[in-house]
Design a protein around this ligand. Structure first.
Ligand code: ARG
Length: 442
């Protein structure tokens, strides 16, 4: 029974939240005259001392005492005697653990948000630096149209801004205090739930005692937001892996973010990116795991809910590492702008610019322009040339009205410079967007 029931091995992580919530509860009990103010003061001092012991690593946790709540209460009783035995008046471990866990998730959200902002700053900084660095833009991982590297990096800034928004939304919904719901029905003692809610910086007490002890939506929303965030980081990691592979060679990572091979001396493996990509699995797993734990539970609390903590702790550890590694890689990477520019021009990447020119200058319907451009591309392919290297006569052979002016739109630089529609890749727009983000994140 003890082996399956015990949780101190992982919920000891909640010690600071447990002490904070117990102090708020004791102060409220004292203020409401439910316990003597002298007892409340003794409890508060005792809890501070226990917190110091735990922080110093000298507190001894016992498996026989099951969880963090009973361990701390037993420690308090050993230290201050009878007053400690009054602390659990008008509460239960059910509202206690719900409160502790909300406090933990709220703190974790704040920490993750700070890390997201740091990564956004890193990306926006590199984007400002590379607002005009051209690279091949891909769809289907096939060369599509040239874009700027800064534009590409800012796409991730947008994703991360939504991730931060999701976490802020989750935090706002989470920020109600379940303490005082007691076991499930509320309590007959004249408690002041607004007082404890305020002491713990919650916006208000929760409204329904049954929901208070049985709700783990806040943990699920957190895991869901982390899952989407991890998915974004995994996509960026995948791109980093591709970009620094030898056939692409668009970027390189320093020794600080790579490892060598035990057999191949030339290798520089992007392990940090690969592990960021891989850790996504455990974060998704945490979300699916906890959803599955919760899905069949009748009201109100059930011990199943003790399984809520490890996936949240594990996902928090994983995302913390992933965000730190990603920020590090983004700041560390060396960008090979010459190589990027060379690849940006390969693969007939300015074919759309040619088609657009036929529409704009010759007044052709886009479908016809598309067809003519296809024939010109086929000819270039046959001659093993890129579009800007074709002769005017070659193009005129297919469409006689084409003039020398067309060459102005066939270069990669002209292509990106022309993409000035709202949200487009034109260097001037990218520079402005990067500056906007850097100012917002300052
Ligand atoms: N360790 C328990 C948990 O994590 C605390 C609540 C226990 N409540 C109870 N009625 N046994 O959920």
């Amino acid at each position: 029974m003890q082996a399956i029931n015990v949780s101190i091995g992982f919920d000891a992580k909640l010690w600071a939240q447990d002490i904070l919530a117990s102090k708020a509860h004791a102060a409220m009990l004292g203020a409401q005259g439910i316990i003597a103010t002298a007892d409340a003061a003794a409890i508060e001092a005792g809890l501070t001392a226990i917190g110091d012991e735990i922080a110093a690593g000298t507190f001894s946790f016992s498996d026989a005492l099951e969880d963090i709540h009973t361990n701390i209460e037993a420690g308090l009783t050993a230290r201050i005697g009878d007053a400690a035995r009054r602390l659990h008046t008008a509460r239960s471990r059910n509202d206690q653990v719900a409160t502790d866990f909300r406090l933990y998730v709220r703190g974790a959200i704040d920490d993750v948000l700070a890390q997201i902002h740091d990564l956004m700053r890193a990306l926006a900084g590199r984007a400002a630096e590379h607002a005009a660095s051209v690279m091949p833009g891909f769809t289907h991982l096939q060369t599509a149209q040239p874009v700027t590297f800064g534009h590409h990096l800012l796409a991730y800034v947008e994703m991360l801004a939504r991730d931060a928004g999701r976490l802020r939304d989750a935090r706002a919904r989470l920020n109600e205090c379940p303490l005082g719901a007691a076991a499930l029905a509320g309590t007959s003692f004249p408690i002041d739930r607004y007082m404890t809610a305020q002491a713990l910086a919650f916006d208000r007490p929760t409204a329904n005692s049954l929901d208070s002890v049985s709700d783990r939506d806040f943990a699920l929303e957190y895991l869901a937001a982390l899952s989407i965030l991890a998915m974004h980081l995994s996509r960026l990691s995948e791109e980093i892996v591709i970009w620094c592979s030898a056939p692409y060679r668009l970027i390189s990572l320093s020794d600080a973010f790579t490892t060598g091979s035990s057999i191949m001396p030339q290798k520089r493996n992007p392990d940090a990116a690969e592990l960021t990509r891989a850790k996504t699995g455990r974060i998704f797993g945490g979300l699916i795991g906890l959803l599955t734990v919760m899905k069949g539970l009748p009201m109100a609390y059930a011990k199943d809910m003790q399984e809520d903590k490890e996936p949240v702790f594990d996902a928090t550890d994983a995302i913390t590492l992933c965000l730190a590694a990603t920020s590090g890689m983004v700041r560390d990477m060396t960008v090979d702008t010459a190589r990027m520019a060379a690849l940006a021009g390969a693969g007939f990447s300015t074919a759309t610019d040619l088609a657009d020119w036929l529409v704009r200058v010759l007044g052709l319907p886009f479908r016809d322009a598309h067809h003519i451009t296809g024939r010109i591309v086929a000819m270039a392919e046959q001659k093993q040339m890129d579009l800007p290297d074709l002769k005017l006569q070659d193009m005129q052979f297919i469409e006689p009205r084409i003039t020398q002016d067309v060459f102005a739109v066939l270069s990669v630089a002209a292509s990106v410079a022309s993409r000035t529609s709202h949200g487009g890749t034109a260097p001037a727009l990218v520079a402005a967007q990067a500056a906007k983000w850097l100012e917002a994140l300052a």
